[in-house]
Design a protein around this ligand. Structure first.
Ligand code: ATP
Length: 718
């Protein structure tokens, strides 16, 4: 029930409103009346309105509100004005280096320790060992074990948009991280870090940023990221290195020498031992398991005072118009080009340190050079050639390498070709290996008979190999299997179940003219030494081996008496060398597997010790027992390996071995002849048989690729 007072109030308000409405209507209808009349009407209305207590109440509120609003906006303006003059503010955008410096400084100094708003994520505990890795604060766990269990740990990071105050050099600095919306073409939100300092001058901010920068560069712990966005500030140097180029190997050696892989969780694993090997016999020789960062893994390394970011891309790329295997990109936090140059020189030093006792061999793959693989250097002493042969070769190569100016003066292209030809297993590959070791040259090996290799790829490979290297074309005759008139080619042919002929040659698409062009090519680097090897010089086109392409030809024959004697001495002479000198002796690893270490491995001979004179005399007897020019040195080494602890037994058993070898060779020849006959007969019968056969099925040819070096003592018969 409404009270009489409120009913009365309602009635009076209704009347007032009605009168107001009436007057407004009047005003509308009388628009156009003289101003004096309207003024008169308002004059009579205002006192009536003011006489009403509700209207007076409303007007008082309006007035008070306006005063408060005015005061607020004036004080806001005044605060902004003061701020403008007394607060220095700076924003840092993620992707810019300054952002990384400041963020890292704040994280490393645990500025957000007191923060109450967090973003929580999981993190690999291994990374937590790096106390100042800047990953935020790890959750405290009561369970001490939890930190070692390898499971991800929660990490607390300050949440954006929560300003935090910290004290630096006696001043309060406010910091906040916010996510700014994307701008321009960049659709990703960007993190922005804002610092505000109560100060009249900018210097405090300059000092803070400078300190953060120094902290960043001087910290021994790699930063999490150099930058994720393309650098537009021009404050980094970026360099790309392509597989196959020497500089690529330098970078790889440098990266491998660093100890920054502990926190890398994406790894490539390699083992360097057969799993059939039983380490229990030799507890000291455990299988070697190697870990390398997997390709594409980004690494950050400290080099001097610089942070270097290494990005590996294993995808084949086009480099300088040619295809290259993969690439490594280096980013350095510096804009001085001399820093990059110094860095590259440092990587080269590192490379030379690790490969000084190695020979680097680059293999080709689909027209691109692969990573260099290193092989132990081979001493020229281990090479047993007819007297004076290796010295002559070495002298010739040295003279060539040292006479570049003369070639220029004479207008002759500075390159030299060597053809090593002759029986298999006589030391052609070993010679190249030993010469490369002696002259510290890299070997760029091209298997001309590789499937798919064509003239274009060959030309691309040759032109991208560096100067002062050995370009090795092994078994050069195998590249052109089209000479069907050749008898030996018949050995490579076989027939499938339907009588189809299969040639057991990988089908290279290199043509003779393509090869000749490459050898003569003007794009070939100067100072190039080409080595070609073949077992069948008679198959080579005369154009290929003419002077200018193959300047020096060396024939490798079956072992001479001198070679047989030297080989024996090489096997047994070491018995008279003191144990100190053992380590200096260079032993060919491909021949001695496992390495015969008489003094170390506990192998012992039942034979009484010999004097040096006795060994020399035994060597002569051994040479007497083995006919000259009948066996490849690889064969003789193979025999001596079976007698490596029996210098006398080797001599005594030699006549029997020779007899067996001759008998074996004879049988092999008979077998070959028989097969040749069979093939001829099948060929003659083939047309008749084929008429009754279903459509033949193509069987893919078997591919047999010779190893780049040596044959590990495997014997080959002609
Ligand atoms: N003259 C030699 N001096 C030292 N070792 C030799 C010699 N000839 C052969 N050998 C040994 O025999 C093995 C095969 O030698 P190598 O591969 O150099 O012969 P090759 O003539 O290149 O054979 P192929 O023509 O079959 O490629 C190697 O392990 C090597 O150590």
């Amino acid at each position: 029930m409404a009270s009489p007072r409120s009913a009365e109030l309602l009635t009076s308000q209704t009347k007032l409103l009605q009168s107001l409405a009436h007057r407004v209507r009047l005003l509308q209808t009388v628009l156009g009346l003289p101003g004096a009349y309207i003024l008169q009407m308002l004059k009579s209305l205002v006192p009536k309105l003011l006489a009403n207590p509700q209207v007076r109440e409303i007007l008082r509120f309006v007035f008070l509100g306006s005063v408060v609003e005015l005061t607020r906006s004036v004080s806001q303006k005044a605060a902004d004005y003061v701020k403008h003059f007394f607060v220095v503010k700076a924003s840092f955008t993620r992707g810019d280096f300054a952002f990384d410096w400041v963020k890292r400084y704040l994280e490393d100094h645990r500025i957000w320790d007191e923060s109450r708003v967090f973003q929580v994520g999981a993190c690999n505990p291994a990374l937590r060992d790096r106390k100042s890795a800047g990953l935020g604060e790890e959750v405290q766990s009561d369970n001490a074990q939890a930190s070692d269990d390898g499971r991800p740990h929660p990490i607390y990071q300050p949440a954006p948009q929560e300003p935090e105050l910290f004290r630096w050099r006696g001043r309060w600095i406010s910091v906040s991280i916010s996510i700014s919306s994307s701008s321009g073409f960049n659709k990703d939100p960007i993190q922005v870090l804002t610092l505000s300092v109560w100060s009249r001058k900018r210097k405090i901010l300059d000092d803070f940023v400078q300190e953060a920068r120094n902290h960043y560069f001087e910290s021994p712990v790699p930063p999490r990221e150099l930058t994720n966005l393309p650098d537009e500030s021009g404050s980094t140097l970026t360099a790309r290195f392509y597989q196959g180029d020497s500089s690529y190997d330098w970078i790889v050696a440098f990266v491998n020498a660093q100890e920054t892989t502990e926190d890398t969780t994406d790894l490539e694993v390699t083992t360097k031992q057969s799993d059939l090997y039983n380490p229990s016999n030799h507890p000291s020789e455990r299988p070697v398991v190697g870990f390398k960062p997997a390709p594409r893994v980004r690494q950050r390394l400290k080099w001097g005072n610089h942070w270097v970011q290494v990005d590996v891309d294993s995808n084949a790329v086009m480099a300088r118009g040619r295809s290259a295997g993969g690439s490594i990109t280096i980013t350095i936090h510096n804009s001085k080009r001399s820093v990059l140059k110094d860095f590259i020189m440092a990587t080269r030093e590192e490379y030379l340190k690790t490969t000084v006792s190695k020979v680097t061999v680059h293999l080709s793959n689909h027209g691109a050079w692969m990573n260099g693989v290193t092989k132990k250097r081979r001493s020229l002493n281990t090479l047993i050639l007819p007297e004076g042969a290796k010295e002559e070769l070495l002298r010739d190569m040295r003279e060539f390498l040292g006479s570049e100016e003369w070639y220029v003066w004479a207008g002759v292209p500075h390159r030299r070709g060597y053809l090593l030809y002759g029986k298999p297993g006589t030391g052609k590959s070993s010679t190249i290996h030993a010469l490369a070791s002696e002259l510290e040259l890299k070997i760029y090996f091209i298997q001309l008979s590789s499937q798919g290799l064509d003239d274009y790829q060959l030309s691309s490979l040759v032109s991208s190999a560096p100067s002062r290297c050995i370009l090795l074309l092994e078994d050069i005759d195998c590249a052109f299997p089209s000479r069907e008139e050749d008898d030996d080619l018949e050995d490579k042919k076989t027939t499938d179940a339907f009588g189809n002929t299969i040639i057991r040659y990988p089908q290279s698409r290199v043509t003779l003219s393509g090869l000749l062009n490459v050898l003569d090519s003007v794009t070939s680097e100067e100072g190039r030494i080409t080595f070609a090897t073949t077992n069948h010089i008679e198959r080579l086109d005369p154009a290929l081996i003419r002077a200018g392409r193959m300047d020096v030809k060396v024939e490798y024959k079956f072992a001479t008496r001198y070679q047989i004697q030297e080989t024996y001495l090489r096997f047994f002479e070491r018995r008279f060398v003191s144990s100190d000198e053992h380590t200096n002796l260079d032993v060919n690893p491909s021949v001695l597997v496992p390495p015969p270490r008489p003094a170390l491995s506990g192998l012992h001979s039942d034979e009484p010790p010999l004097s040096e004179g006795e060994v020399r005399s035994l060597a002569q007897h051994f040479a007497d027992a083995i006919p000259e020019d009948m066996f490849a040195l690889a064969q003789i080494q193979g025999y001596l390996l079976t007698k490596k602890m029996e210098p006398r037994g080797a001599v005594d058993g030699a006549p029997d071995w020779v007899e067996k070898e001759i008998e074996g060779k004879r049988k092999l020849e008979e077998l070959k002849e028989k097969r040749r006959q069979q093939r001829k007969e099948m060929k003659a019968a083939a047309p008749a048989a084929q008429a009754n056969l279903p459509i033949p099925i193509q069987v893919p040819p078997v591919r047999i690729s010779p190893a780049p070096f040596g044959r590990g003592g495997v014997l080959h018969y002609d």
